[in-house]
Design a protein around this ligand. Structure first.
Ligand code: LLP
Length: 444
């Protein structure tokens, strides 16, 4: 018998530590090889809600929202609802004083269903269908972010009162992220190019369109952005454009939205996004550039999504089978239907076995899903106990953003529930999907 088995408190302490920043701060190792999530053992949550199961730590969501507000007290912080369009989450963030970014009538419907204050909502999207625009106008959202010349005409034809709008500008900045989520560069579908002059043309057109009230400019560099220099450069270029609008049209715009994209930590060594550094450098650049251009400092908006919710989430899976060969494949009861991010963006995750202590050494293993595709991989070559076996539970951190939102029914697999945990209480936020749900849309 080992010391760890004789003394559970020692067992807890000899478990591999939890990498900082990846797990919610309320997650701790407990005796017996479990993890406590917001005060509840994860094994209990798996028993009560089944697997796969997504957990969300409400305190972590709220504290990350508060950190953004504290870092930039005079800025508007708008949660990008696409990262986690869940009613309870929007309610928490409304209570925390955040604004909201939606990019479809569907996301707006989620916000509307909980009475999210309309004046704090912004509608985005490179394609806004007539239904999207009508929904935005009927709820009287605070701002619509114009993304194309066609949209200016479409919106003007629908408005019955002056609608505040921003123009989405492509500042031509490489944010050093995956190509599929880089949006600040030229030659992609979003916004009006700054370099080509398209942004000024759009500004001119909006200024000349009755029913639209231009209040500011917007840009978004991309997602999972770690470097701050791109935001500084965007600030310089956007202030340059504000100055040109003032010079050419005698209009002083008082809002500047720099979008979101702040990186989350997924694997050991990722480190946290430097939020204080971002706040300091962007505020300083904005102040300096505005004073040099003799412009009043516009009200800053930022739109974090991932950085508020990703690290508040953990997904629990049950190991169904283990195959040993040239590699060890640990196959679980979920996969690319609840997490397509590795397949889409080459995203990396880690995982930890919970619920029993092993004396076993850690060996590289690849966690794969249940779907009929070789690319259905959840975490590649990660250290797991070599005695891992069917029936074990795995906890995967960093799953709070773009998991629920991107989940599908591939292979007619039902989507997992989302469970909120707060002060030792667990509550279903979104129930597990059933085969009846899935069949209901197929009319036979
Ligand atoms: N603002 C705008 C205009 C956006 O398009 C986005 C994300 C955000 C804010 C929020 O970005 P965040 O802070 O969450 O990085 N499905 C991909 C991410 C796509 C992001 C799309 N736009 C993923 O799973 O990595």
């Amino acid at each position: 018998m080992t010391l760890a088995e004789l003394l559970p408190s020692v067992a807890a302490s000899v478990q591999p530590r939890l990498a900082p920043g990846i797990w919610p701060t309320g997650t701790h190792p407990t005796p017996g090889g479990d993890l406590s999530f917001g005060g509840i053992p994860m094994t209990h949550l798996a028993g009560r809600f089944g697997t796969p199961c997504s957990l969300l730590d409400e305190a972590e969501v709220r504290s990350r929202a508060r950190a953004f507000r504290a870092a930039l007290p005079s800025a508007e912080v708008a949660f990008a609802s696409k990262s986690l369009p869940c009613r309870s989450v929007l309610r928490w963030l409304a209570e925390e004083g955040l604004s909201l970014d939606v990019c479809s009538a569907g996301e707006l419907a989620v916000a509307r269903s909980i009475g999210f204050p309309a004046e704090r909502i912004m509608m985005h999207g490179n394609v806004k269908t007539p239904e999207d625009l009508k929904a935005a106008l009927s709820y009287r959202v605070g701002r619509i972010v114009i993304d194309s010349l066609d949209e200016i005409d479409a919106l003007a034809a629908l408005v019955a009162f002056p609608q505040p709008v921003l123009i989405r500008v492509t500042p031509g900045i490489d944010a050093h992220t995956h190509q599929a989520i880089a949006t600040g560069v030229e030659d992609q579908k979003f916004g009006f190019s700054l370099a080509s002059g398209a942004a000024l043309v759009a500004i001119e057109k909006v200024l000349a369109t009755p029913g639209l009230r231009l209040v500011g400019l917007h840009c978004h560099l991309g997602s999972q952005v770690r470097r701050i220099d791109g935001y500084e450069e965007a600030t310089r270029r956007m202030v340059g454009l504000l100055a040109r609008v003032r010079d050419e049209h005698q209009v002083v715009l008082d809002q500047l939205d720099l979008g979101g994209g702040f990186a989350a930590a997924y694997v050991d060594g990722d480190g946290e996004f430097d939020l204080p550094g971002f706040a300091h450098r962007v505020r300083a650049t904005l102040g300096y550039e505005c004073s040099a251009a003799r412009l009043p400092v516009p009200r800053l908006t930022i739109e974090p999504g991932r950085s508020i919710v990703a690290n508040a989430g953990v997904t629990l899976y049950r190991v169904i089978t283990v195959k040993h060969g040239s590699r060890t494949f640990v196959a679980v009861d979920g996969g690319m239907s609840d997490n397509p991010r590795p397949a889409l963006y080459g995203a990396r995750y880690t995982a930890r076995r919970i619920g029993r202590h092993g004396r076993a050494a850690l060996r590289p293993a690849t966690v794969v899903g249940r779907h009929c595709e070789a690319g259905d991989v959840l975490a590649e070559d990660i250290p797991l106990p070599e005695d891992i076996r069917a029936g074990d539970l795995l906890a995967v951190p960093g799953t709070g953003a773009y998991h629920y939102a991107l989940a599908s029914n591939y292979n007619m697999v039902c989507r997992p529930p989302l469970v909120g945990v707060c002060a030792g209480e667990a509550r279903l936020l979104v129930r597990r999907e059933t085969e009846e749900d899935v069949l209901a849309r197929d009319l036979g």
